[in-house]
Design a binder for this molecule. Sequence first.
Ligand code: PGA
Length: 258
Amino acid sequence: MTKMTKGALVAGNWKMNGLKASKAEFDKIVAGIAERGDALLCDTLICPPTTLLQSFASAAASTGSSVALGAQNCHPLVSGAHTGDISAEMIADAGGSYIIVGHSERRLDHGETNDDVKAKAVAAHRARMKAIICVGEDEETRLSGMAENYVTAQLVKSLPDDCSSDNTLIAYEPIWAIGTGRVPSVADVAAMHAHIRSTLERTKIKNPNKVKILYGGSVKASNAGQLMSADNVSGALVGGASLKAEDFLGIIDAAYCV
Ligand code: PGA
């Protein structure tokens, strides 16, 4: 049994889920984190839909909670004639400090390219926020044995030229594991995270050894401990299991019971 090191991040991606009434669930997450107090070894983040960001951020601030808030996407520009889009500055203004960029659902649903993802990460940095850059292969690529090459290309092309471990995190999310209940073996996760680490070392990113590399894809309380104990895994990006406080808190607890 090893203890997770302080500084790991357990992040919840609520995707397109949540109405005003969901604040009750968020309040339970905040209360659960407060209850754990100093025993909490990981940092926590919730990325709700943008409609809920401001109210969640205000609630967290008013209770002095350590939970950070973030968004799931942004437009690369500061402002302008871009109907329906939201800038990184607006997200910061609403209380966000992280932006997930390049999630596979955005790459697939909206045709976002690596260049788009890079521009969004630059926007997050411009607004003084952290970018969580998502990469991950589909099943066909995994089966063809080309997953590492594919992820290298995504990573190198999506990473801003001037970034550091302070403002950039990577999330490895194999597409075939997202929302499916299927999870790669811990050995496969460790191998890909080691590969991502060595790829980062070949880029211009500052402090590549300190960059947090999160694993995402069907993380739940029962597998989180094992996944997060793998080398180079610095936390988790959690979709479905972040929507219920009990499940999300279970993952936080697994983070230091592995
Ligand atoms: P999941 O989603 O935990 O529901 O598999 C993860 C993600 O897409 O970030």
